[in-house]
Each structure stands twice: as structure tokens, then as C-alpha cells.
Design a protein around this ligand. Structure first.
Ligand code: ZN
Ligand code: ZN
Length: 219
């Protein structure tokens, strides 16, 4: 399925992203708020016909999805922590797309924080985004082959898992899970992909693995 992550803490539920695959399930959503990383179809278009709760996104993302039938809209500014449904959520600009400027989210609940960036070339302010983070949830488009392209003064696309594990090592993030997997992972033997990612993590002292639809973890 397209990207969507539900975060639960003390009876509150926050949803991050809701890609187009999820559109038929939009009416069954029982969450307190939704935040969107960017306006690409595989992250936001499940909300085309509206949302049953407040939705938070950057101004750039709202421009891309202005036609959507969402009534309760909130604008997030990168670099400022927002209190959303009992969570502290801070957006950090990431390089990924020119048309659909993207952010990653640093989410804190209680004493735990994680960072979530399903589509990413680079985090603009990486040290701040990953400081005191227990878990990095990143872009599983490719394991080692780069899908980063240059477009004028911008870099766009997807950074390989290997590079993202390197960021975790540098910023002392102990655990990484890769989601939104590309064909390299989806079309190969799951055990083999998991072993490759775990081995790359071991080289860098990061516990690294791959997510799957329905995966639940306790942080
Ligand atoms: Zn994207
Ligand atoms: Zn995507």
C-alpha cells in the first residue's frame, strides 16, 4: 500500500500521510489529526474526498492539494513544534521534489521521539531533526543504488538506505526502519533484503530493518 503511519499515545491517534491507495478507506478513519509530508499522490491523495479530522501541512503542500475537499485545514511552518492531538510535531524541510516540496516530521510523545521521512534526498537541518531521536523511519526506495538526480540547482529523488543509515550513525540514532519500499525490495526475496539492510546497519552500529504493511512497533 501507499504510505500511511498511525501513531498512538495515551488514547490519541495521529496519522502521517494517506496515499491514494487508501482512498476507499478514508471514511473508516478514526484518528484525531492527520499530518502530510508532501502533496505527491502516494502520500496525500487518499484525502481527495476529504478527511474526518483536522489536517496539518505546510503552505507549499496545501497549494498542491488545494482542490481536495478538506474543511479543517492547518498550516505548519518548518522549524516550529506544533501541538497536535497530544503529540509534539515539528516539520523539517527535506530535499525530494521541486513541484511537491516535502518535509519530514520529528514526533515526540512522552520521553520518546522518532523522525519520519518516507521520500528523501537529504534533510536540510539534519542534526536538529535527528537529535535525541530513538527511531528513524526512512525512505526504502532503494538499498544501495542512488535514485538522486540533479535538476538545475536542486537535487531530487530518493537517497539509498545505505546513506540514510550513515546519517543515523552520525547523529547517534540507534534504530532505523525503512518504509515505502521500491521495486528493488518489493520484487526480491524479503529475507534477502532484510539481511542486506541489517548488515549495512551492523557496519554502522544501527539496528536497521524494513517495514511491511501492517507492521506495529512499540517505542
Ligand atoms: Zn514524493
Ligand atoms: Zn512517495
Amino acid at each position: 500500500m501507499h504510505t500511511s503511519l498511525e501513531v498512538r499515545f495515551r488514547g490519541k491517534r495521529l496519522l502521517i500521510d494517506f496515499g491514494e491507495d487508501w482512498l476507499p478507506h478514508a471514511a473508516d478513519l478514526h484518528v484525531d489529526a492527520i499530518v502530510l509530508t508532501h502533496g505527491h499522490p502516494d502520500h496525500a491523495w487518499g484525502l481527495k474526498r476529504g478527511a474526518p479530522c483536522p489536517v496539518y501541512a505546510t503552505e507549499a503542500t496545501w497549494k498542491v492539494i488545494s482542490e481536495f475537499e478538506i474543511r479543517d485545514r492547518h498550516i505548519m511552518q518548518p522549524g516550529r513544534a506544533f501541538r497536535i492531538a497530544g503529540f509534539s510535531v515539528e516539520a523539517f524541510a527535506v530535499e525530494h521534489s521541486i513541484r511537491c516540496p516535502a518535509v519530514g516530521f520529528r514526533v515526540t510523545a512522552g520521553k520518546k521521539s522518532f523522525f519520519y521521512a518516507p521520500d528523501i534526498v537529504a534533510i536540510v537541518d539534519r542534526s536538529a531533526a535527528l537529535s535525541q531521536v530513538q527511531l528513524y523511519i526512512g525512505d526504502g526506495a532503494t538499498i544501495e543504488r542512488s535514485l538522486v538526480r540533479r535538476s538545475g540547482e536542486y537535487v531530487i529523488g530518493h537517497t539509498p538506505i545505505r546513506t540514510q543509515i550513515g546519517w543515523c550513525e552520525k547523529e547517534a540514532v540507534p534504530q532505523a526502519i525503512f518504509t515505502h519500499c521500491g521495486t528493488e525490495i518489493v520484487s526480491s526475496d524479503p529475507a534477502e533484503s532484510l539481511a542486506r539492510v541489517a548488515a549495512l546497519g551492523e557496519e554502522r552500529n544501527v539496528q536497521a530493518s524494513i517495514a511491511w504493511d501492517g507492521l506495529e512497533i512499540d517505542l
